[in-house]
Design a binder for this molecule. Sequence first.
Ligand code: ATP
Length: 280
Amino acid sequence: MIFRKNKISDSENNQPIEARVANSKIYGKGVTKIYTDSKKKTLAIDHVNFDVLENEFVSIVGPSGCGKSTLLKMIGGLDDISEGSIILDNRKLDGPGKDRGMVFQGYSLFPWMTVEENIRFGLKLKKLPKDEQDKIIDKYLEIIGLTQFKKSLPKELSGGMKQRVAIARALANQPEVLLMDEPFGALDPHTKSIMQQLMRKIWQDEHPTIIFVTHDIEEAVFLSTRIFVMSARPGRIMAEIPIYLPYERTLDLKDTPEFIEIRKKINNMLHPSDENDIGE
Ligand SMILES: Nc1ncnc2c1ncn2[C@@H]1O[C@H](COP(=O)(O)OP(=O)(O)OP(=O)(O)O)[C@@H](O)[C@H]1O
């Protein structure tokens, strides 16, 4: 796998979408979502173009209701696309597939299966030989630091631990793209910080292609190589911000002037009337 460290030059980033899609892992053209019920139509996503390169960590931020989850669900094939198309590895997406792993805010583990069995689930579906499954499980248990909880049931784990298992389960399947929707949204601030550090380390070591939805600007800046900033409904991508921060990131980066400047810049885009930057 070719890995480019924070790889999008400003000039590249300013190119029109047509010029950039050739390098894309996944891209969308004119992606639109209209929810229709008996009484009304809601234009949730309005002709969005985006592209994500292989090994990128892209976060999507934006005001509540701007369509972040809707866009991610369409990429995941969990929601129909009303207009436009999404292409992954030169293939037009139509419904869910093993090529996309998903991690949500809710802990979507099978409660009756142990940690090990949860991670094994997708590997069994792939019909990998048992010893290969074991190797992959041990590798990811080590990465998430839960080797000694291999035989535990989800109910015996804390929220952060459950989310680690969900991440391990998704990564073990080696998806082409990992889609994460507010995965740390339900965690307390301390656990959330620990998870952010773990997630960044996983990305630095394994460099999966990730699309990550969050309402937390600080989290997005800490984790990402690039951030898509969405406008209020109907959702459009109003800016793409490449994050030129050190590759090796630890939590103290959040206190540096460079980090704070990027966080403020995005905050001001989303909340132009804020006089003082008090976070979000
Ligand atoms: N199943 C649905 N039927 C009708 N409207 C929907 C449906 N799902 C989402 N919407 C609407 O689409 C818009 C985008 O919703 P979405 O959940 O994608 O936003 P979001 O940016 O993820 O919000 P949040 O940050 O609050 O989670 C909202 O106005 C929402 O009310």
